[in-house]
Design a protein around this ligand. Sequence first.
Ligand code: ZN
Ligand code: FE
Length: 675
Amino acid sequence: MRSTRSCCPISPPAVRALREVRDPANRRHRYPFTNCTHCGPRFTIIEALPYDRPATTMKRFTMCRSCASEYADPADRRFHAQPNACPDCGPRLALWSENGVELGSEDSALAGAAEAIREGRIVAVKGLGGFHLVCDARNDAAVSALRERKHRLEKPLALLFPDLEGLSRACLVSDGEARLLTSPQAPIVLLARAAQTSGEVAASVAPGNPYLGAMLPMTPLHHLLMADLGFPVVATSGNLSDEPICTDEHEAVRRLAGLADRFLVHDRPIVRHVDDSVARVVLGREGLIRRARGYAPLPIELDGGDGAVASGPTVLAMGAHLKNTVALAVGSQAFVSQHVGDLETPEALAAFRDVVASLEGLYRAVPALAVADLHPDYVSTQHALAGVAPVVRVQHHVAHVAACVAENQLAGPVLGVAWDGTGLGADGTIWGGEFLAVDGARFRRVAALRPFRLPGGDAAAREPRRAALGILHAILGPTVLARRDLAPIAAFEPSELAVMGKALERGVNAPLTTSAGRLFDAVASLAGLRQRASFEGQAAMELEWACAEGERDAYPLPLAAWTGGAGPHAPAWMLDWEPLLHALLDDRARGVEVSTVARRFHAALARAIAAVAERIGEKRVVLSGGCFQNRVLLESVVAALRAAGHEPYWHQRVPPNDGGLALGQVALARHLARH
Ligand code: ZN
Ligand code: FE
């Protein structure tokens, strides 16, 4: 019964295990660590494979006679259930004060935690893969306090509901979405809000957002807590913004000091941090936005039909800088790690190193090859270069396309559309609106968005008005600085405009980019939606949400000869946004609704992508990069491509954003190793 290779993640309590927890006559009544062979923790408690109790963090709990006989009996449902436990011999629940002083244990700990949440306090709850910060989702003051303490001002917060019925009152839930919510993986699912939410969810949970990220209880502990509460709670990662999620209760008291009023903890150690996964249903299929609990590190088969990358050296891919994951290719399988996050803090870098070491350790793999992005400043790249294995460097957008090719198990040539915020191009400029003819590791850049300058470079990711200024300057010249009638220009101080005008004139601290993400930002800024963002992609999301239904027109976005300079990576074609911007400015001047402007912009992009596919004449078109998290864009591009007789492919098992990059990196390295 030992599983040798598989390190399948966890699954939520099986129905029978839950029945025992709810049965007052059962010896496991209200025991939060109940499980059987069909459910319970796995990936978060495994120290080494094969999966066997002495190689898990359950080794510190000696089974009592009743548990030991269940474990040893081939006829029992708990035969070789490695985390088997009961109230007499297993992990114990405790409630701690903000300083880590025990206030109660077992059922009184649970009751105390529920009471604190009802009173509007913030409780840190130790779950499967780390801590959640939990508070009453109906209580605006509690949610606002959580935001303030966590320094997370606008990003939407995830919700945990007691059951599907309650969840269905707050959100519109299709059959496919209900299946996903109640699946063994139990991810956070992005759902459209119901028109009437009857005050169940405070406005501060996801301000201005037509979607809610919601999940259902994933362990008996969460089932018990949520049944006691009977209302939805916010359940967000137990961390400060940009830091990895806390896993150890003693560390949590230190790191979450000032964030949590109470700690609901237990003494079953968590070996590796695993965040909640985030998923959604789009075009009738499930797709991941963040791949972690329940999904990582389930392998992805690398055999694309021709066997080209299904065999080869053991490869370790370091992923990107933001939304980092790493991947390990062993034999014909790629193991993509859980979401690590943005490698911006020393804590995140430490977590990245741990994930690399634990993935190698778990599969006893010694990589013959490491893969890293071209960007020299990514700490993931630097980590690869400091290692012993030879390093292959691959271009960011080629890796995006390769990831989508790999998960769709395609072989042979495709047209890749890689649209995202930024990635270092093969020519040293910032790419992000790319059309790449890809065959294995060979690629040719066939088209891109017309380049424009970004005043302030990286600062533009948080200030859509900068992208707007750069793009307006390209078509209107220095006269744009006097156009106070335009929203982005009005959003700058005159002194700032003078500095940025000079930067744009001279091309200093104003790098060239073909980024589609920044084009979205520029349009959101021009539409008056947002001039500064509190997280990357916020303005683009708001532009997506603004889209009117039923609007049929599209702005012109013609395919033109490339004017962006010569070189081996200069494409033949570019999508010229100049006519689009003129039409958009006219619409704004005539007072056309933002919702119409937003829809015409999305429609222009969809038509333009189909036009490039037509021109290149490639049947199979692979869509990757963070822009394809945009539901309106993805749906309209897929429709436009199908209407023109193409076969579109998109991401489902790994995210379209940089969280999927490592999969593409291993696939590219395997191709390169063959030559
Ligand atoms: Zn026991
Ligand atoms: Fe990217």
